[in-house]
Design a protein. Sequence first.
Length: 335
Amino acid sequence: MIIKSIKLINFRNHSTYQLECKEETSLILGENGCGKTSVLEAIYILTRGKSFRAPDRDIIKNGTDYYRIELEYMNGEKNIATYDGTTKTFHILDKKTKRLPKNQKYPVILFLPSDLNLITHSPGRRREYFDRVFSEFNETYSTSLSKYNKALKQRNELLKNDFLTKDALFSWNLILSKYGVDLFRKRQSYIKEINQKLTTTYQSIAKNQDIIELKYKTDIINLNEEKYLKQLEESFQKDSYLGHTTFGVHRDDYIFKLNHKIADGSASRGECRSIILALKFIEADLIYQKTHQKPLILLDDVFSELDETRRRCLIDNFKNHQVIITSVEMRNTPL
């Protein structure tokens, strides 16, 4: 699906804004703070179903009580999302729904400036990043993650109760065990696929023979649902004392290695950026391989963080996709 235009009403700092898109590359120029990222956010909402930045209540323009997004595709289809301060509604093919239908979701490669610091970010930020990526590969991953997080939130709320019994946690433990094992297996599988391409892709960017590896760090290796459940039950006293769940896939991490050494601390700034570029290119390849769709590429002001060689590499690798770019100035964008 090729986007023809996107229109925003009362969205962030935009009263009204419309972008006419090109089939290949569209460029949004403007100073920092003028709302460039908001345009990408609106596109993301109508292609993935939710924002990558904030809950809907924080998106409505100050002084107004609703927002509206209209996205038109080159084939004439138009999708609309509205939020009235309470409920978000999608208007798809003359039908209204509270969720973006699965057949209307389109794969997106979202590249934010913060992604370039992924190697040195906190484990939580890395989990968030890879959860977003894996959800592009597989809709069931997103479903399992949502159900796991909801159960985790409920369990953690109960753990704050001074008179809590182990039995009160049983139903939540069951849910965490079921979806925790599912997430673990999918993460393990996807990391294996990424590693099959990571070194070769990195070497094509960096023009050297360095070896790159992504390690999946988890505490639940070789656990099935029964063993996962047992581990949660055995953690009851510790969890009750601390007031939160200390075991599970919500504590996983992803560690990058350069020539068998942990990249955080050993890799240069340029090497880190080449690793992330390689990761993005692999992400696009895997999405196409698994969905048979070329993902939409949203690049949010990343060129200012890259040197000329890496900018050109980024454009060349995504030349067969529809790309929408934000930038502060034209000279940083090799179009």
